[in-house]
Structure formats: structure tokens, C-alpha cells
Design a protein around this ligand. Structure first.
Ligand code: PGA
Length: 237
């Protein structure tokens, strides 16, 4: 399974280093064989050698150049970062990234062989418009994306569930994941208000290959508990 922490705009470089070391120690002490990804704020990126894979929450689709306020692959190379989150709902809806921009980023980092965690998800308004509208909307977020890319990981994150404490029902998550899996065979994570109290049941669902955790990942103990749940589920398969 894949357990990912999206630290968003939180933690300083010092706190992030401490966090990653705590998670790394946990993985080693508990013989964790699951894939663990951590996405720190860009200013907290650092070289890390170990089981934890550190990824970028965002980067501009360029090696370097005149893109004020952005970082490119040159800045990722400095820390040996080869994993990136693309299409997160906060990039799409708060920052205003369009599907065309998302596709450009995807293709650029795909060319470089990055592991890409590609996020899709619908707003509440779209969900309430019914299954057909919702599936069409989700498919539109696949437009221009190579769903066969070997280093692709998908994350389904309903926008209305991110940071709100709300989640779809377990039945809804399962049925949607199974539908999405018909369109794309890549590992599929669920994200949106995953926390210690619900992670175990979400991870146990058919069609769920892991979780992408925001707010509840900020506490390293909580994040490690969720990693352990995934390990236990795999051990019991
Ligand atoms: P949340 O965020 O866990 O705080 O809902 C998830 C995400 O944005 O990836």
C-alpha cells in the first residue's frame, strides 16, 4: 500500500527534518514494507536517504528559468527529488491551475521519469448533480493525462472532503474506486479527511491502494499509526 503525507504549507525546515526522521525511525523499527511518501513545503525540501520517499507538492514544468516564485527541476535535483504531486485540488481551485497547465506539468515530469501522484476530485455541487455528471467530471480530469504511465499513482480526493472532516460513506468510496479502476489501472489512493479514526476502514476497502493524508498527517505519531494500519492489512491478506 501507499501512505502519503501532504504537509501543505506547514512546518519549518527544522520541524520537517525532525518529522521525516521520526517517520523513518518508525518504519525501520516496525519492519514496514509499505511505500511511504512525504510531501513537505517546497522551502523544507532536503536530501533524505532511507525508506521514506520525499516528494514535491508542486514545481514548474521547466528545468530552470524566469518563473518568479516557482521552482523547477534544477531545485528538485539538488535534493534528489523524483516524486511529485500534480493536480491537487488546492492547486486547481485555490491557485487556479487549469487542466491544460496540469497536463503540461504532468508531461514535463513524466518525461523525466518522476513518480507522479495525480489528484482528481469533484466539488459538492458536482456530486449532488448525480453519478453521471460526477463521472463525466472526473473523466475530464483525466483529459491529456497518460493513464498508462508506469510511474503513475492516482489519488481520488473529493474537494468537499478535504480539510472539512467530512468523508463519503465507505460504500461510496469503494464503489467509486472500483469504477475509477476500470478507467485506470494505476494504484489508487483515497484522500479527504483521512485520520486515525477512519484510516483503517478506508484502507481495508476494495479498490483502495492507500491514502493521501493532509491535516491528520502533521502529527508524526498519527501518521505512523496509519502506516501501521496499512502494514497490518497487508500482513493479513
Ligand atoms: P485532508 O487533506 O486530509 O486535510 O483532508 C487531504 C489532501 O489535501 O491531500
Amino acid at each position: 500500500m501507499i501512505i502519503a503525507a501532504n504537509l501543505k504549507t506547514n512546518l519549518t525546515r527544522e520541524k520537517t527534518d525532525k518529522y521525516i526522521n521520526e517517520v523513518e525511525n518508525f518504519l525501520n523499527q516496525h519492519g514496514i514494507s509499505q511505500e511511504v511518501l512525504v510531501f513537505p513545503a517546497l522551502s523544507s525540501l532536503n536530501l533524505h536517504v532511507g525508506k521514506v520517499t520525499v516528494g514535491a507538492q508542486n514545481a514548474y514544468p521547466a528545468q530552470n528559468g524566469a518563473f518568479t516564485g516557482e521552482i523547477g527541476n534544477e531545485q528538485l535535483e539538488e535534493f534528489n527529488i523524483k516524486t511529485i504531486l500534480i493536480g491537487h485540488s488546492e492547486r486547481r481551485h485555490v491557485i487556479g491551475e487549469t487542466q491544460a497547465e496540469v497536463v503540461k506539468k504532468f508531461n514535463f515530469y513524466k518525461e523525466l521519469g518522476f513518480k507522479i501522484v495525480y489528484c482528481i476530485g469533484e466539488s459538492l455541487q458536482i456530486r449532488e448533480a448525480g453519478d453521471k455528471v460526477m463521472m463525466n467530471y472526473l473523466s475530464s480530469q483525466f483529459e491529456g493525462i497518460d493513464l498508462e504511465y508506469e510511474n503513475l499513482i492516482l489519488a481520488y480526493e473529493p474537494v468537499w472532503a478535504i480539510g472539512t472532516g467530512l468523508t463519503p460513506t465507505l460504500e461510496d468510496i469503494e464503489s467509486l474506486h472500483l469504477k475509477l479502476k476500470e478507467q485506470c489501472k494505476a494504484p489508487l489512493l483515497y484522500g479527504g479527511s483521512v485520520k486515525v479514526s477512519n484510516a483503517e476502514e478506508v484502507l481495508a476497502l476494495n479498490g483502495v491502494d492507500g491514502v493521501l493524508v493532509g491535516g491528520a498527517s502533521l502529527n508524526s505519531d498519527d501518521f505512523c499509526t496509519m502506516v501501521k494500519y496499512a502494514q497490518n492489512i497487508e500482513n493479513n491478506k
